[in-house]
Design a protein around this ligand. Structure first.
Ligand code: ADP
Ligand code: MG
Length: 384
């Protein structure tokens, strides 16, 4: 007997019925790149206690005038990862719980946010030697399923898609753009490949191939995908008994999202917004931000319809769904502005959850005397 599918209302209740929103916000600092070091850049970010992030507006050590304007910012997140953090550490702290939650019936989503080059794709996809959150989550999922049952109760399907310039494309089977349709289960991309996954190795190859299919910048040939959002959807289907002891099929979804570079989304001047593409990225990221705001504030109307990205994430973002944000940042003072923007964005996301009950940011004490300034200069030099 084929078990009945869980009713959409039941799934919605399960995922959105809770009254606690759970958005966890993390920051990951990447190591200084060779190119940045060669350009003479200095480190302007320090991470302490796996939690605190200090950002200092500090460029050239010989530029004594700059010291006078030395300002520091302090942020604190659910966890902050220094540039020495491994992929496993990042996965365990950010995503492992969401994988467990999916097996208990709750959808979840993990986003990487940050400027181009800040380490989003490294965090999400990683490399063959150092696979990232997407690969580690699937590996962990298979392990947990094996521990739970050997009776084939759980079936895993993957979809990997891209939103580029408000167009949706299948990364597992590139071709014509996909049309979004609303059906009983929610919003679906018509014709999207649902790949039945059996092993981690096979999935890893599939994801790297899919990533190759991401749209590259026509104007910046050496820089891939900075305007494209990549979404990996992991669907886990399994049988459970409902309240009336009927066997039903439940489908839970974990969405892992490598967002487009945030640099253009934050730029407000016309020069950077001249192209339609830039405007559309702005639209998707802004739409995502406003949905998260509305959800956490408990608004009745959530503006999912405002972009393709948010339509696609409608059932993975909301109520007591688990949401994780990883803000990626570069250590270089050459990216100071972008880092500052990213940290502010992440801090806002966190403050919404905390309902502004605590002060999350403070201005560091600016040293008054020459001697104190010299001491601070020495400390900064030692740290960097
Ligand atoms: P983004 O996707 O945000 O544009 P990438 O993930 O492509 O940025 O990272 C830019 C470069 O930095 C890549 O060469 C990547 O391998 C490297 N990188 C990023 N994060 C790390 C890290 N934590 N450890 C080592 N290399 C990293
Ligand atoms: Mg990338």
């Amino acid at each position: 007997v084929v078990p009945e599918m869980e009713k959409p209302e039941a799934a919605r209740e399960r995922n959105c019925g809770g009254d606690h929103s759970r958005i966890l916000v993390f920051v990951r600092l990447r190591p200084m790149a060779k190119r940045e070091r060669e350009a003479g850049s200095r480190c302007c970010v320090r991470i302490a206690n796996r939690r605190d992030v200090y950002l200092t507006e500090f460029g050239n050590e010989n530029d004594y005038l700059r010291l006078k304007r030395l300002r520091g910012r302090h942020f604190a997140f659910d966890a902050s990862f220094p540039d020495t953090a491994t992929q496993h550490e990042v996965y365990s702290a950010t995503t492992a719980e969401l994988v467990e939650a999916v097996l208990q019936g709750r959808n979840g989503s993990v986003f990487c946010y940050g400027a181009t080059g800040a380490g989003k794709t490294y965090t999400m996809l990683g490399t063959v030697e150092n696979p990232g959150v997407m690969v580690l989550a699937i590996k962990d999922l298979f392990t947990k399923i094996r521990q739970r049952s050997c009776d084939g109760n759980h079936v895993v399907h993957l979809s990997y898609l891209e939103v580029y310039n408000e167009t949706v494309r299948d990364l597992l089977s590139p071709g014509r753009p996909l049309v979004l349709r609303e059906d009983k289960q929610g919003i679906v991309a018509a014709g999207l490949t649902q790949y039945r996954a059996y092993s981690t190795d096979e999935v890893m190859a599939l994801l790297f191939q899919g990533n190759q299919n991401r749209t590259t910048e026509p104007t910046r040939a050496n820089e891939t995908s900075s305007r494209s959002h990549a979404i990996l959807q992991v669907m886990v289907e399994y049988r459970v008994k409902d309240a009336a002891m009927n066997v039903i099929n439940r489908v839970c979804k974990l969405s892992l999202i490598d967002l487009a570079g945030s640099e253009r989304a934050l730029a407000t001047d016309q020069r950077t917004l001249r192209s339609l593409e830039g405007a559309n990225i702005n639209r998707s990221l802004l739409a995502l931000s406003s949905c998260i705001n509305a959800l956490v504030e408990g608004k009745r109307h959530i503006p999912y319809r405002n972009s393709k990205l948010t339509q696609l994430l409608k059932d993975s973002l909301g109520g007591s769904c688990n949401t994780v944000m990883i803000a990626n940042i570069s250590p270089s003072n050459l990216s100071f502005g972008e880092t500052q923007n990213t940290l502010h964005w992440a801090d806002r996301a966190k403050q919404i959850r905390a309902k502004a009950s605590e002060v999350n940011e403070e201005t560091l004490q600016v040293p008054e005397s020459e001697a104190d300034r010299a001491k601070l200069l020495l400390e900064l030099q030692k740290e960097n």
